[in-house]
Design a protein. Sequence first.
Length: 348
Amino acid sequence: MTAAHKGVSASYADQLVMRIFSGIQPTGRKHLGNYIGAITQYVAGQDRGDPAIYCIVDLHAISVPYDPAELRERVLDTTAILVAAGLDPDRCVLFRQSDVPEHSELQWLLSSVTELGRLNRMHQFRDKSVAQRELVSAALLMYPVLQAADVLAYRAHEVPVGEDQREHLELMRDVAVRFNARFGEEVLVVPEHRIPEVGARVRDLQEPDRKMSTTGGSVQGTVLVLDEPKTIEKKFKRAVTDSEDPPTIRRGPDKAGITNLIEILATVRGVTPDAIEQDFADARYGDFKVAVGTEVAEWLAPVRERYDELRGDEAALEAMLAAGAEKARAMAAPTVADVRRVMGFGGS
Ligand code: AMP
Ligand code: TRP
């Protein structure tokens, strides 16, 4: 029995399956941080997950101002990126959150065991509500409860995410524990996060003290999965480094830019950061940046090409999502039925 199964009732834990679940926002402008921190893990999860379940979280997207027609498009963009990156609808469950109403229902039910003060203190809520010039919606506050519902509805054991999701994962674990304690039955599985050792926080190339992000980062410092190879190379060529004398390609606390580039290249090559430091021990910053840019561009090129082919066939993408939603619903419905039962809803 793995650690992921600890604290779970015998009936669920004995199944000894490894259910993997993760969610991704429908922005369409996925960047290298998403790709390294999350998407490559999703692809790998298909071999270990039984099943691996991936959800495009369009219900989360309405927690900030948005355009309905655009949302629908961005869901398809994101679907095509994920499939282009290697998700195979025959080996995983890929679906759109709003197609499975169990998520919304479970969110409400779980809100009864979620502490308001805790939601109020979440970093993402604080940052986003300060940055919000229009309405600060109640949905923004409830965001982590919906995220908890996403995972708990599937009784998932493992959640692959980047570092920025740690706090949300802690909350969802607490919600599961609290729910089970409150209703006296181990109805929910307490999930574990899976955060990669290298690449969990890819940094902005221009402002390496910040994470790479399409909402808060710089345009030149954010490498998009769908950028042209030339654009990618240019962004790396201009990456901010440091003024160490003599310049050395090694990781260090005052070397956020170079550390970031080392970790990115380590992921692309599938080697350790130490190996990259050794390979480039005598290189100059300029040459190193060119090498990283070239290799990242080559790495992402096939994804972009496959994306272009897939994105044109919207009917096929919609059919894929519909099939995924059907499989997802068959898994989520029994959990929500159990939750309803222990909470005192419905006839006995
Ligand atoms: P989002 O696009 O915000 O839904 O994020 C999708 C996944 O990418 C989540 O698991 C995030 O933790 C991960 N992620 C986002 N930004 C970064 C980053 N700069 N470095 C590593 N992982 C990231
Ligand atoms: N909040 C996550 C993000 O911004 C997206 C997400 C929604 C998610 N539901 C999830 C991630 C469930 C993991 C599990 O990246």
